[in-house]
Design a protein. Structure first.
Length: 299
């Protein structure tokens, strides 16, 4: 087979090619000698999806259906092209970023816990209207978050690795943090962003500000965040953590002012049709000898 693909609809639609399905629910095919294009099954922390790369001597392209690709880098060898799933999870991840922000700012976890105890626990909350929101990592997901915030009457600032019109460089983040009521982190995990949200970053955030992380857990220094949460100075809403999965006895679970979801940013019905469109387009490009989209390593 030339193509080993994780999406059954794509395999069915491109049955004219030498193509096979591997979506992680069945054993890896025995003979991988002829695979040139491998689209990994969806999954971030499961190494069994990356391990077959070593058994593919003719492999040219590794395609992820995740926006993050840090989990694949240790398995690459020179000459391979790695393309990511940029765009696939924009809608779902942006939805969750806004949902976490709203839930935390409107104290929904407090109300749910009170309801579980049969208590009518009314009270004030900060809300989202008129808040100043800083998006750290203004790529396609960051832009999707801003689009979904457009109706909430907020003021949005943006930073990214490289400055461009309307987007300031990441080097300016220290200046912007004290002005933000909500800081939404949507950066990829790279050597430059690992631990980005550390002690100094958090110390510059305004008292009572909310940190929302929908990127990768290791972008945030967990120990530094726990110190701020335990002091009651900051709030956090986290879809990703370090470590992950978060152990049952981890202090983050019991820290005050924190809302945690179990890395579900992309897990909605929006994923399947977007994965299908991406893979079909990438296969078309590969067959035609055209440049691939979303290349992050190689050419």
């Amino acid at each position: 087979m030339r193509y080993l693909i994780s999406h059954p609809e794509v395999v069915a639609e491109r049955g004219d090619l030498d193509i096979a399905l591997y979506d992680g629910t069945q054993p890896v095919p025995e003979n991988l000698d002829d695979v040139e294009f491998y689209a990994l099954p969806y999954g971030i922390i499961d190494p069994r999806f990356c391990e077959p790369i070593a058994r593919m001597p003719r492999l040219q392209v590794v395609q992820t259906v995740t926006a993050g690709y840090d989990h694949v880098l240790p398995y690459l060898r020179p000459g391979l092209t790695l393309a990511n799933g940029r765009g696939v999870h924009d809608a779902a991840t942006a939805e969750l970023a806004v949902a976490l922000t709203l839930a935390a700012r409107r104290r929904l976890p407090d109300f749910v816990r009170a309801g579980d105890e049969g208590r009518w626990a009314s009270g004030w909350s900060t809300g989202l209207a008129d808040a100043r929101v800083l998006i750290v990592g203004y790529g396609s997901i960051g832009a999707a978050i801003e689009r979904r915030l457009a109706g909430f009457e907020v003021e949005v600032s943006r930073v990214a690795r490289n400055a461009r019109p309307g987007v300031r460089p990441i080097s300016d983040v220290a200046e912007l943090l004290p002005q933000a009521d909500v800081v939404i982190v949507a950066t990829p995990l790279t050597p430059e962003t690992e631990g980005l949200v550390g002690k100094d970053f958090l110390a510059r955030m305004a008292d009572g500000a909310l940190l929302v992380n929908v990127s990768r857990g290791r972008v945030v220094d967990t120990g530094a965040l726990l110190a701020e949460l335990s002091d009651g100075r900051l709030h956090a809403a986290l879809d990703v953590t370090d470590p992950e999965p978060l152990p049952a006895d981890h202090p983050l679970w019991s820290a005050p002012n924190v809302l945690i979801s179990p890395h579900v940013g992309g897990l909605t019905a929006a994923m399947a049709p977007r994965v299908r469109r991406l893979l079909l387009d990438q296969i078309r490009r590969y067959e035609a000898g055209e440049p691939l989209a979303n290349v992050v390593v190689g050419s």
